[in-house]
Design a protein around this ligand. Structure first.
Ligand code: BGC
Length: 769
């Protein structure tokens, strides 16, 4: 854990420059607006360590699979969100000396992500090799209002010299993905043009044929007034630039405004892209930098109105949660049901920007409570639309009759993952997709979703389980062999408790939903059954038989569920037995040693007890928590949040607090030594859950919100807003008690510590501690 960034409730501040930490800072200080995003790279050239990253949502490349040993069933390619044209670049030359912080003495340096208003500010003073001192201040953002646009204000001041400064703002499309499997470049040029004050570059992705036109327009200002300038356009393969030379006196500043637009053929016709990008950029530039920055602040103020969580008395914890909420809102806005939430969002290449089970298991609850209902629904529809491909995917692996196996990693529904133990075995992802349907309907009450879309997905998933689960004549029970549970530090295990539990739950739920849909609309049900040739008698019969006769590993002496058969045969070490120098295990131990060890990467049995807590009594949950928690190394970012929620449920507020800090500051403090690859965006939704479901104790029961609040000693108070079925509530948990304010125009009934409370429109109730 590192203490690199300054603690501030609304900002992430890097004070002073540590080149070894640059890639971590680039990740943490990333910007995005749901449509595009970028790492906090410098505008001017930098020859030190950096990971360049500009991304356009939904634009991907199918990179041919590269594995040591090909196995039948592997997907042909891994889809990757592409590193797209770099639109932020501004080369700076002082006289004839290029400005490059790696070659300067950095006198002062500060990067600051303003989460309240949604921009990144960077300022520094540096001395070049020849002794020229220069000051720079840049402000940039990806606009939430014009979500195809970004803008930069770049001010440069010669501090101890008079002379010529050359500025070359450019768009560079000759970029690579660091994770490219064959060192290929993924973009071809379509067209380009330059003008005195900018131009555009249109690129096409190889294979997928997406086109993106990036246009820029520049304005020069001196003393806040526009400065006429002559420029020299530069055109190279996949590159355009504009060179401007200005004479500036010592202590005087010159500001370059660079507006940029990224338009993708996903949203516009290819023929019109360039013209439209130019029109958009002209429209945005005409508003002026000050105006669009003010619009940005207003758009963020609107987001924060419903999204903010306030922690009083603990600035570190406050900064952590705001950072998580900020990044989630930068990644996915829910406007477009073709998009999803990559585990790294727009902050890095790792995980290819693709969709994982993370979305359903972790992100859906956040969007359900903080955004309009259509946002979570769009996430569900994304999977509904990919059902055909999930059925194809299962077919490739030998399943039949409409069984669906959703991919572990996907962009358009096709499986992209290619490690056999995950691709073929980490099938619990199917369960999370079913659980999200249940979660959505439980939260919103939108039962019509089940007949319209949900049941079709549920039946296809249950069909998969019913074929994947087999009968053991020896046990006289059903078993599920050869799986990998959420704990990826175990592969090819038999009877992973979590996977079997979610599979059986899924079949049970499917049977319930069949009845529900039939009751609501028999004709609709009949139509669906005919469409998917569902033979209710036989297929439901098999689901029910598995539900009744499934084997679940457990240990009666310890009173716990076993993560899988044979788990207790392992040497029973605890995490406290591990020297700090051996962690993270994934970086320090051989894979073989990890697989044989008792250590658990992330919540596994506990993930199941979290999802299905209503089916288990508190003591069972406690015994399992007490057994598994000390064996868990939390080397997946998805782990601490589940532990935080369970610790809070068990009344262990101090442990819940420690887990909360770990999950919320995972990237700010680079806990797992991997933030340089990008931030852990999907686990940020888990951080939100650890506040709302953990300390707030929020659940949905019988169509009502229920709260069982708990406040860490370190906090004076905690408050958050929850949108629920058209109502908006503010919950404030303080030492003296919990206040629930109903901000809506209709009355609402909630459960507070088990007692039902009616709250009038605009009214409030206080439950004293
Ligand atoms: C976790 C998976 C997760 C993936 C993407 C892995 O490290 O083990 O559960 O889906 O990261 O976040």
């Amino acid at each position: 854990m590192k203490d690199y960034f300054k603690v501030d409730e609304w900002k992430i501040i890097e004070e002073g420059f540590d080149p070894h930490y640059n890639k971590v800072a680039e990740s943490v200080l990333s910007l995005g607006n749901g449509r595009m995003g970028q790492r906090a790279n410098f505008e001017e050239a930098y020859s030190g360590e950096t990971l360049q990253g500009n991304y356009v949502a939904g634009v991907y490349y199918p990179d041919k699979t590269r594995v040591g040993w090909w196995k039948n069933g592997y997907p042909e390619y891994f889809a990757k969100v592409l590193n797209a044209a770099n639109w932020i670049g501004i080369d700076v030359t002082l006289g004839d000396e290029p400005l490059d912080l790696a070659k300067c003495e950095v006198l002062t340096f500060r990067r600051e992500l303003n989460m309240q208003e949604g921009y990144l500010k960077r300022s520094f003073k540096a001395k070049t090799e020849s002794g020229k001192e220069v000051g720079v201040e840049s402000v940039r953002f990806c606009s939430m209002v014009d979500d195809e646009c970004g803008a930069i204000s770049y001010t440069i001041t010669p501090l101890n010299f008079n002379g010529e400064i050359t500025l070359t703002p450019y768009i560079d499309g000759d970029i690579v993905n660091k994770d490219s499997n064959y060192d290929e470049k993924f973009w071809d040029e379509v067209s380009k043009a330059t003008t005195n004050d900018g131009g555009y570059l249109q690129l096409r992705t190889k294979k997928t044929g997406f086109e993106v036109a990036t246009a820029t327009k520049i304005v020069l200002l001196q003393d806040n007034a526009p400065l006429e300038f002559e420029s020299t356009p530069i055109e190279k393969e996949k590159y355009i630039g504009t060179t401007v030379k200005v004479n500036v006196g010592a202590g005087k500043s010159i500001t370059l405004l660079k507006y940029a637009a990224n338009l993708s053929s996903q949203n516009h016709s290819k023929e019109e892209l360039a013209n439209k990008a130019t029109a958009v950029i002209n429209r945005v530039a005409a508003k002026g930098f000050g105006t669009i920055l003010a619009e940005q602040a207003a758009a963020w103020a609107e987001k924060w109105k419903n999204n903010d969580i306030i922690i009083e008395g603990d600035a570190k914890a406050q900064q952590g949660i705001r950072f998580n909420i900020f990044q989630l809102n930068q990644t996915y806005t829910g406007e477009d049901d073709r998009l999803n939430i990559g585990p790294k969002g727009f902050t890095g290449e790792k995980y290819g920007g693709s969709t994982y089970w993370d979305t359903e298991a972790y992100c859906v609850p956040f969007y359900l409570a903080t955004a309009e209902q259509k946002v979570a629904r769009n996430l569900l529809l994304y999977r509904y639309k990919q059902l055909g491909k999930a059925i194809e995917n299962a077919k490739l692996l030998g399943f039949k009759d409409g069984a669906a196996l959703y991919p572990m990693v996907t962009m358009d529904g096709t499986e992209c993952h290619n490690e056999w133990e995950i691709t073929f075995e980490e099938i619990h992802r199917n369960g999370a997709i079913a659980f999200a349907i249940y979660n959505y309907v439980r939260y919103t009450g939108d039962e019509a979703y089940l007949g319209d879309y949900g049941l079709e997905v549920l039946i296809a998933i249950s069909r998969f389980w019913s074929q994947r689960i087999t009968w053991s004549a020896d046990r006289e029970q059903y078993v599920m062999l050869g799986v990998t549970g959420p704990n990826e530090y175990e592969n090819n295990v038999n009877n992973n408790w979590y996977t079997s539990t979610i599979a059986v739950w899924c079949m049970k739920y499917t049977l319930e939903v069949i009845d529900k849909v039939k009751q609501a609309d028999q004709a609709k049900y009949d139509e669906l059954a005919a469409k998917i040739t569902f033979d209710e008698g036989t297929e439901s019969g098999r689901f029910a038989d598995i539900v009744a006769k499934m084997y679940f590993p457990q240990d009666e002496k310890l009173g716990i569920y076993l993560q899988q058969d044979g788990y207790l045969d392992k040497e029973q070490l605890l995490v406290t037995d591990l020297p700090a120098t051996e962690r993270p295990l994934v970086q320090k131990w051989s894979w073989d040693r990890i697989l044989r060890s008792v250590f658990i990467k992330q919540a596994d049995v506990l993930q199941g007890l979290y999802f299905f807590e209503e089916d288990y009594d508190l003591e069972t949950i406690r015994r399992n928590y007490d057994f598994y928690e000390p064996r868990t190394v939390h080397e997946s970012s998805l782990s601490p949040c589940v532990h935080a929620i369970l610790a809070a449920k068990l009344g262990d507020v101090e442990r819940a607090y420690q887990f909360y800090l770990r999950t919320s500051r995972l990237d700010i403090d680079d806990y797992n030594n991997d933030t340089e690859d990008g931030c852990h965006i999907t686990s940020m939704a888990g951080t939100w859950m650890s506040i709302v479901e953990g300390f707030g104790g929020m659940r949905v029961k019988d169509g009502m919100l229920s709260f069982n609040p708990l406040l860490p000693d370190e906090w004076k108070a905690l408050s958050f807003q929850i949108g629920f079925r058209g109502s908006l509530l503010n919950i404030r948990i303080a030492k003296e008690g919990t206040t629930v304010r109903n901000l809506s125009d209709n009355s609402v009934t909630v459960m507070l510590n088990g007692a039902s409370q009616l709250i009038e429109a605009k009214g409030e109730v206080l439950m004293r501690t």
